[in-house]
Ligand binder design. Structure first.
Ligand SMILES: Cc1cc2nc3c(=O)[nH]c(=O)nc-3n(C[C@H](O)[C@H](O)[C@H](O)COP(=O)(O)OP(=O)(O)OC[C@H]3O[C@@H](n4cnc5c(N)ncnc54)[C@H](O)[C@@H]3O)c2cc1C
Length: 1236
């Protein structure tokens, strides 16, 4: 046996005494050590299968374990030549023999291994294989398995100087593949590792496409390490599965396709899996069609994520991962760590049982990183199940039968997994009226959403079975809300389309309405309360498009028996939270979840970790709940985050600081102390750094100290057991010394902890402005690279960001470019930056939502006149009769993007511009700045497509580097160029046109920003009365378009914007008072003359009088002259007018459709017919009527003539006198024109 070991060890280069080999190892240590590691694992297997005398075996294994524990994947260089020699000695000098039973050996081995690891050894017959020319003997028995400690570990060795105690952490925080554990075993693992566990166990060949978002925690990283360590899979068909790292580029899955094809041609049954992120899927689409057609059971485990490279944040956006939905590949989804494991099993079983390729999607932002205790199944049982399904593989001929076959596999898997799955999983009342259809992370929080609200989770997205979907929906359903994790584009989401299409086959009485909610950018908001609020809002707005950013989460469900502790750690402090989670889980039998958010935009990254634990297996963990305990490792964090906000009343807060109580008072903000007082927080101070220094504790010793400090300050009945768990976690060279160390640390911690008494003055302090700001510090860490997506929605158009920074010295008050990070910080940490999201016209604007955008003229008609309604609820917008609404329109997005591309810039370039001070701003007021992306500012603020003034041409001249262009620009603004300039105005050229025409004149972005005027709001007469419509405002608008002399189609800036909007879109508006007011008394006659959209304010007048009438007020006569081209196309609000006329409110309805008869008839003709009436209403002193004309300018003269004529006739006076009367009426504001 020793010969075998020697041969093997030599082949691994372990025992080489050749100096050259050692130098080589240090030249490329990682590679060498990995090889050594791999072989050490093989050595272990051999030791276990050689029937060695127990003591010999034990000594060898112990030494091997010690060496392995000292090899950290993160600090590979710790394996020294001396240690390797030491191992060689341990393996060779093992001669004394005492009899130890196999059972005892198992116990010894278990003790040697970490407490979380499970190992069962049964040495049976051996098989011999040849690897790299070396004969290796391995066990055939499935029960010989490797343990989690053999995977990547974070082992550290520390020698405490004082006690000379060698202390090694056995804890394996990054869990590796777990061997053949009992089915009921709970394992603490992350979503990624849970998936990899299954994929590795069930595959012979794994392709890994690392996510660009993370260097170390991508899906597949664990498998790479296990393969390097030589861990075999569950089928034992090969010694270790082959794990190949691939790069993500076009046609990324060619290698997979190649493997599929060659396996198919060789009729091989090797199992192929792919571990990838959604970015890889996007690049794989062409191959995926081919793979799907190959009818081979390839499983793709994919983390859904989208990386915002500007912000360095990850978003849980599934848009990318769903791009392959039409390739024919099956889609399964999992939404928690447990599900990630279970659905991985299902994915392999379904692939094997249907001979189809499967994409298993898990959330790459949360689930993949979250660590949770999950129930696992023995790998052999998994392999047997999949094999069984493969033997019974079905050939389905259509999608419905394929889905039924898949559900059959789900059913059979339920005994193994302890959970049954369905293609569509419905939970909720049988008589639900609203059904929320969820896919992805929303499934975790969508529960208990209200009476008669059910939830349908899509487990199997492809193939989509209409019949299975409809069967899962209660027949009582009236409305369906599809909540899908895709970007908020104007197009419908993919799942919405499937859901809507399914309802074509609905057999119920009333087809439910389907609303699409795309929350890809709002992943951070995703809580039970948020979804509940969302459902309420959708129901209240009856499906109108929602502004997700405005949804305020409703209170969460009570959490039941869940405890939560928060660790505020920094990259520099030790990761105690992970150890604690492990103790709670593995030693104390508590169900645990821990998730971290890391802000790495900081000198030393801040990590906020929440550890939640519960004895109950049923209660749900909820990250937004308050904690009873928090510990802050670095008190600098107190100035950056509001750590008290996440604490319950009376919670404990432990600060690791060298502070006395007085120093705490002196060094923390009044706001912080106020918050402590308000919540009656028990503050404990402990100076762990000094204690560690005094005791000479380093690395592992410090972590041990911090854990003890946690357990001593965290009042819990679990503590005694936890101390036992700590003891099991460390391996020592001397147990006695270790026990002594633990008790001395406990004693020391007890001595060092300072209880800070509640100070009544904390609540009495008056908080200044700075303190208020401190109170408003961010409550949570926002993950910057990995973690939970933030809700920064850079594209939210109506927002501008303000920053209260005075211009720096020497800074020109120009626009300037900045960077996304800064802008993101301003938004994310708005309180700290004093950031405000404001509308374009600051305090005078309102953000209102479109509730109706209805074309009034037939689509076949060349003029588009449309009716708009906005919801003003909770906006504070008030308007009077006759007011006009200012619309802050945007430029066309595509045209702006085209221009930015032409200009050689990027849409996301951040631009900071100073904002003008208000006219009445007090002296010394600091100008604020507005931060936008270049796209935003050109789309929303600057009149890029407006008419260029001569000044603009002149300003361009100095930038023109091309002499001919310079000359031409100069000519155009000269007296000689006047005609040409005029022609250009006729052509309605824009600023953008000029910049394209003179490309050498290329001002920088800040310069250009200063040359372009702002987009002016356009005004529209309000066509509603707020009395009649307290929460809405209506407009009547004609789309402006014309053809330039060159034949180019041109569009009005604002009307084009408005026509592009739909229900639910937000618009920034302001109010412009007007002279078009109703007479003071409701009895006074009102004479209204309107052409086309000139009808708008009169509709408001009529509504106001109708409202007055409904209140029982006696209202005077109303005459309406309405003119347009023809009745069929342009009788705007015809039905309403007829109704008012029939009701008698509109006493006279005079219609002039100019083109409906041979002779042209205009409103002035109708007025001429009513001369007596007009004279009476306007000049009878009792009646005191008012006259109004609204609309285009051109009829104004003829209309006036008609009035003048009526006065001449009625008064029997000359034209000059009649005109005088009209002027007098004008002065009295009884003859009012609003023409445009
Ligand atoms: C008090 C008031 C009330 C109003 N009420 C209504 C109403 O109820 N309904 C309604 O539809 N309208 C109303 N209007 C008109 C409305 O304000 C807008 O003028 C109209 O909608 C056109 O705006 P636009 O942005 O679409 O077109 P714009 O882009 O402003 O174009 C309008 C015109 O400007 C000229 N022009 C545009 N670009 C250039 C260029 N680059 N070079 C040279 N010339 C150019 C063209 O002649 C074009 O036809 C009202 C106006 C006022 C003042």
């Amino acid at each position: 046996m020793l010969t075998v070991l020697h041969t093997l060890a030599n082949s691994a280069g372990l025992f080489s005494k050749n100096q050259a080999a050692i130098t080589n190892a240090s030249a490329n240590p990682a590679q060498k050590i990995n090889k050594a590691l791999q072989n050490l694992h093989v050595v272990r297997k051999i030791i276990l299968t050689q029937n060695l005398p127990e003591d010999q075996e034990q000594a060898a294994l112990t030494r091997l374990d010690q060496i392995l524990d000292q090899i950290s994947v993160n600090s590979l260089s710790v394996l020294t030549y001396t240690q390797i020699q030491d191992l060689a000695a341990a393996l060779t000098v093992t001669t004394t023999s005492t009899t130890t039973t196999s059972k005892e050996l198992t116990q010894i081995l278990s003790t040697i291994r970490s407490s979380s690891s499970v190992i069962t050894t049964t040495t049976t017959k051996t098989i011999t294989k040849t690897i790299n020319g070396t004969t290796v003997t391995t066990s055939e028995d499935d029960n010989v398995s490797v343990t989690s400690s053999e995977g990547p570990s974070s082992a550290v060795t520390v020698v405490d100087e004082l006690d000379n105690l060698s202390l090694s952490i056995r804890s394996n925080i990054a869990l590796g593949i777990q061997g053949d554990s009992k089915a009921s075993a709970l394992q603490l693992t992350s979503g990624n590792l849970a998936v990899e566990h299954v994929a590795y166990a069930l595959s012979d060949l794994l392709f890994v496409y690392p996510s660009s978002a993370s260097q170390h925690s991508y899906l597949g990283h664990g498998s790479e390490q296990w393969a390097k360590a030589g861990l075999s899979n569950a089928t034992n068909s090969v010694l270790a599965p082959q794990v190949l790292q691939m790069s993500t580029r076009a046609n990324a899955a060619s290698a997979v396709l190649g493997a599929v094809s060659s396996a198919a041609s060789a009729k091989a049954t090797s199992a192929i899996s792919t571990l990838a992120s959604s970015a890889a899927i996007v690049n794989m689409v062409p191959n995926l069609y081919q793979i799907a057609q190959a009818n081979r059971p390839v499983v793709f485990h994919v983390t859904a994520e989208s990386v915002d490279s500007n912000l360095n944040v990850l978003r849980g956006d599934y848009s990318d991962v769903l791009v392959a939905r039409e390739t024919g590949i099956l889609y399964l989804a999992s939404n928690s760590v447990q599900e990630a494991y279970n659905v991985s099993v299902l994915a392999h079983a379904v692939a094997a049982g249907t001979n189809q390729s499967v994409i298993h999607v898990l959330d790459g932002v949360k689930t993949s990183q979250q660590v949770e205790a999950i129930k696992t199944v023995g790998d052999q049982a998994l392999a047997a199940f999949v094999k069984q399904e493969q033997r019974n593989a079905v050939v389905a001929h259509d999608e419905e039968s394929l889905v039924s076959a898949i559900e059959g596999i789900f059913d059979r898997a339920s005994a193994l997994l302890g959970h049954s799955y369905k293609a569509f999983e419905y939970t909720g009342p049988k008589d639900a009226e609203t059904v929320v259809v969820v896919y992805g992370p929303a499934a975790n929080v969508a529960h208990h959403l209200g009476d008669k609200v059910g939830v349908l989770n899509i487990r199997l997205y492809r193939p989509w079975s209409f019949s299975h979907f409809l069967k899962a929906i209660p027949t009582s359903t009236k409305n369906v809300i599809v909540v899908e994790p895709v970007s908020n584009t104007t197009a419908h989401g993919p799942i919405f389309l499937d859901v809507s299409a399914s309802f074509n086959l609905w057999t119920g009485a009333h087809r439910p309405t389907v609303t699409d909610v795309k929350y890809g950018l709002h992943g951070a908001s995703l809580t039970q309360g948020w979804i509940k609020a969302l459902v309420h809002q959708v129901r209240a707005t009856k499906g109108a498009k929602l502004d997700l950013a405005s949804i305020v989460a409703e209170p969460e469900l009570a959490q039941g028996d869940v405890n939560q502790v928060i660790f505020w750690e920094t990259a520099a402090s030790s990761a105690v939270s992970a150890h604690v989670a492990k103790h709670f889980q593995s030693a104390l039998g508590q169900r645990t979840q821990h998730s971290s958010r890391v802000n790495s935009y900081r000198h030393s990254a801040v990590i906020e970790t929440r550890v939640q634990y519960s004895k109950s297996n049923t209660v749900a963990f909820n990250e937004s709940s308050l904690a009873g305990y928090a510990t802050v490792q670095d008190v600098a964090v107190l100035a950056e985050y509001n750590v008290v906000a996440s604490l319950k009343q009376g919670a404990t807060l432990v600060l690791n600081a060298p502070w006395s109580v007085e120093e705490l008072e002196a060094k923390t903000s009044a706001a912080f102390r106020f918050a402590l007082g308000a919540k009656q927080i028990q503050v404990l101070l402990i100076d762990l750094n000094t204690v560690a220094k005094e005791l000479g504790l380093l690395g592992a010793g410090k972590t041990l100290l911090a854990q003890i400090a946690f357990l001593k300050t965290h009042s819990s009945n679990l503590n005694d057991a936890a101390f036992g768990a700590i003891a099991r976690q460390y391996e020592t060279t001397n147990d006695k010394l270790f026990d002594g160390l633990i008790s001395s640390l406990i004693e020391r911690v007890d001595k060092e902890v300072i209880e800070v008494p509640q100070n009544p003055n904390w609540l009495a302090i008056e908080l200044g402005e700075a303190d208020q700001a401190a109170l408003a510090l961010p409550k949570h860490v926002t993950s910057t690279v990995r973690g939970i997506a933030n809700a920064f929605d850079g594209s939210h158009a109506t927002t501008a960001v303000e920053e209260s920074s005075a211009p720096e010295e020497g800074e020109v008050a120009l626009g300037k470019t900045s960077n996304w990070h800064k802008a993101a910080w301003q938004l994310m940490f708005s309180e700290a930056f004093d950031t405000r999201q404001v509308l374009s016209d600051g305090d005078h604007s309102y953000l209102v939502k479109i509730t109706e955008n209805r074309r009034l003229t037939p689509t076949t008609y060349d003029r588009n006149v449309f009716h708009l309604e906005f919801d003003t609820t909770n906006t504070g917008l008030k308007y009077d009769i006759g007011d006009a609404l200012g619309i802050h329109g945007w430029n066309d997005t595509q045209e702006v993007l085209d221009f930015i591309e032409f200009y050689g810039e990027k849409p996301q370039t951040v631009v900071v511009v100073p904002r003008a001070l208000a006219k009445n701003a007090p002296e010394g007021t600091i100008a604020r700045h507005q931060t936008n992306s270049l796209l935003q500012i050109l789309q929303q603020t600057l009149d890029l497509f407006g008419r260029p003034s001569k000044r603009f041409y002149a300003d361009l001249i100095p930038y023109a580097t091309n002499a001919a262009e310079k000359e031409r620009l100069t000519h155009l603004i000269s007296a000689e160029g006047a005609q040409e300039f005029k022609d250009r105005v006729e052509e309605t050229l824009t600023h953008a046109d000029i910049l394209r025409e003179f490309p050498s004149a290329h001002p920088s972005i800040p310069q250009l920003i200063n040359m372009l005027p702002a987009i002016k709001p356009r005004h529209y007469s309000i066509a509603s009365s707020q009395k009649a419509h307290p929460n809405s405002v209506h407009l009547l608008i004609v789309a402006v378009e014309w053809t330039a002399p060159s034949g180019k189609a041109r569009f009005g800036q604002c009307t084009r914007y408005l026509t592009s909007l739909g229900v639910g879109d937000n618009v920034t508006v302001s109010i412009k008072p007007s002279v078009m007011t109703l007479p003071p008394s409701p009895h006074q006659p009102v004479i209204m003359a309107g052409l086309g959209t000139g009808m708008a304010p009169f509709r408001a007048f009529i509504q106001e009088r109708a409202w007055q009438k409904a209140q029982g007020i006696d209202v005077g006569p109303m005459i309406l002259y309405f003119g347009s081209r023809n009745r069929a196309n342009e009788y705007l609000y015809g039905e309403e007018l007829e109704a008012y006329h029939a009701d008698g409110l509109l006493t006279h309805l005079r219609l002039a459709f100019s083109r409906d008869q041979k002779e042209k008839v205009y409103i002035q003709n109708k007025m001429n017919e009513d001369g007596t009436l007009l004279h009476k209403y306007l000049l009878d002193a009792e009646l005191n009527g008012h006259f109004y004309l609204c609309g285009p300018t051109w009829p104004a003269g003829d209309v006036k003539d008609a009035i003048v004529q009526s006065f001449m006739d009625g008064e029997a006076c000359a034209a000059i006198d009649a005109n005088r009367i009209v002027n007098k009426l004008k002065e009295e504001e009884r003859y009012v024109l609003e023409v445009y």
